[in-house]
Write a protein that binds this ligand. Structure first.
Ligand SMILES: CC(C)(COP(=O)(O)OP(=O)(O)OC[C@H]1O[C@@H](n2cnc3c(N)ncnc32)[C@H](O)[C@@H]1OP(=O)(O)O)[C@@H](O)C(=O)NCCC(=O)NCCS
Length: 176
């Protein structure tokens, strides 16, 4: 399946892309992912989030990746966030790694993560950091060579209001 997935960077964010990204975000939150939003998840919250992300892309602060299936439908997304203090010019965060439930376990997450790492490196970033509340995501990051730093209990809320931990990972992209 992975070869049928096209991962690309989004630049202008047309209406179809905003709606497609919102479909993915809404599906993930409705599926119980702890990715900043609480239930009830709404399209207006999702669209506002992606419009902010588009403005941030336009300011050069981040890259937003979209994974599209063979029909061109967005089934997953991830971000490389560059905006960092001036003493961390070599670092970026990976954020909002999201795959629609109907496209999971097909390699989309792995393809997005590999693309995010490639874009970070080609932008001069050699240290990547992320945190996740998802055991599925933890396995993905560990499989792609990310180093687990530790777990912070009660870090955030699940969409239903229950407290959840987050697990912090990093990956150095410097060669040996
Ligand atoms: C975490 C997440 C992004 C993973 O996306 P994904 O597209 O399912 O990831 P992959 O397909 O690359 O890998 C998932 C599993 O499918 C397996 N897989 C990949 N391709 C496969 C294939 N062709 N056939 C069978 N299994 C396959 C992988 O080995 C992996 O197995 P594991 O769960 O036992 O470790 C997704 O679960 C998600 O969006 N979760 C909700 C949002 C969230 O919490 N995101 C994390 C924020 S940091």
């Amino acid at each position: 399946m992975q070869h049928e997935i096209d991962v690309r960077t989004l630049q202008k964010f047309d209406e179809q892309e905003l709606q497609g990204l919102s479909d993915v975000l809404i599906d993930c939150v409705e599926g119980g992912a702890s990715v900043s939003f609480m239930w009830p998840m709404t399209r207006s919250k999702a669209l506002a989030f992606w419009r902010d992300a588009a403005a941030s892309v336009a300011r050069g602060e981040r890259i937003v990746l979209a994974a599209c299936d063979s029909t061109g439908t967005i089934v997953g997304t991830a971000q490389v966030v560059f905006a960092q203090p001036e003493n961390q010019p070599h670092r970026a965060d990976i954020a909002k790694m999201l795959v629609h439930r109907r496209a999971r376990r097909l390699g989309v997450g792995a393809a997005l993560l590999a693309a995010a790492e490639r874009h970070a490196l080609s932008s001069g970033k050699t240290l990547l950091v992320l945190d996740t509340a998802s055991p599925d995501a933890e396995r993905l990051y560990a499989r792609q060579g990310w180093q687990l730093c530790g777990r912070i209990p009660d870090y955030a809320l699940m969409p239903d209001g229950a407290l959840c931990a987050t697990t912090v990972f990093y990956k150095s992209l410097r060669g040996p």
